[in-house]
Design a protein around this ligand. Structure first.
Ligand SMILES: [Zn+2]
Length: 206
C-alpha cells in the first residue's frame, strides 16, 4: 500500500488531520483571523481578507487556494505534504503513531476557548475605552451654555451612556471570569460592540 512513505505514514496524515485544528495552525503560523473567520490570504497578494479558515479546512475566495490543515502548512512553508505533516506533528505535539486521545482534544478545545474569550475581552475593553473617551469629550464640548438652550443629543448621550461604559470597563478590569464573560456576551450579542465602533469611527471621520 504505502510503498512510498512506508507503513506508518498514512497514520501520520490521519493523526495530524484529526489532531490539528486548521484555524489554530493558521493562527500559530502568524495568520490573524477575524471574528468572521476570514484572514488576509498568505497565498496571493491579498488586500482584503479573502481567506476563509474553518476548523478543518481553508478556502480562498480570491485565488482559490484550498485544502485541509496539511495542505495549508505545505503551501505556507512551501513543503511537500509529508514534510508539512511532520512539521505540524512536531509543532502541535501529535504522535504519528497514535491518534490524540479525547482528553487531549478536549484540553486543546478548552484552551482555544479561553484564548477566544480573552481576545473578546481585550476587544471590548479597547472599544469601550474609545467610546468613553468620546463621551467625555462630548460632555465637555456640547455642555449647555444656558438653561434655556435645548440640549445637544451628543451631550445627552454622554450623560446617559458614560456611566454605563465605565461600569462595564470596571467589570472587565476587576470582575471575576463569570462577570467578565457576561459583559462580553452582552456586548457581542446583536452587534452592540460593532455599533459602538461605527459610532466612534463616524465621530473620528467627522
Ligand atoms: Zn488567496
Amino acid at each position: 500500500m504505502n510503498l512510498f512513505y512506508g507503513g506508518y505514514s498514512m497514520n501520520l496524515f490521519q493523526n495530524v488531520k484529526y489532531g490539528v485544528n486548521c484555524r489554530e495552525a493558521a493562527e500559530r503560523y502568524g495568520v490573524s483571523i477575524n471574528r468572521q473567520g476570514k484572514a488576509l490570504c498568505p497565498f496571493h497578494n491579498d488586500r482584503h481578507p479573502s481567506l476563509y479558515v474553518a476548523d478543518d479546512h481553508f478556502y480562498c475566495f480570491a485565488c482559490g487556494a484550498h485544502g485541509d490543515v496539511i495542505d495549508f502548512a505545505a503551501n505556507f512553508f512551501d513543503l511537500p505534504l509529508y514534510e508539512a505533516a511532520q512539521r505540524l506533528a512536531a509543532d502541535f505535539g501529535v504522535d504519528a503513531n497514535q491518534p490524540p486521545t479525547k482528553e487531549v482534544l478536549e484540553k486543546r478545545r478548552q484552551k482555544a476557548e479561553a484564548q477566544q474569550l480573552m481576545e473578546n475581552e481585550r476587544l471590548c475593553v479597547s472599544v469601550l475605552s474609545d467610546y468613553a473617551r468620546v463621551l467625555r469629550s462630548w460632555k465637555m464640548q456640547y455642555a449647555l451654555q444656558s438653561p434655556a438652550e435645548a440640549p445637544d443629543e451628543r451631550f445627552e448621550e454622554a450623560c446617559h451612556k458614560l456611566d454605563e461604559a465605565e461600569y462595564y470597563l470596571d467589570i472587565l478590569a476587576f470582575g471575576d471570569s463569570y462577570e467578565r464573560a457576561e459583559v462580553v456576551n452582552y456586548l457581542l450579542v446583536d452587534g452592540r460592540l460593532d455599533k459602538l465602533k461605527e459610532k466612534i469611527n463616524g465621530r473620528d471621520a467627522a
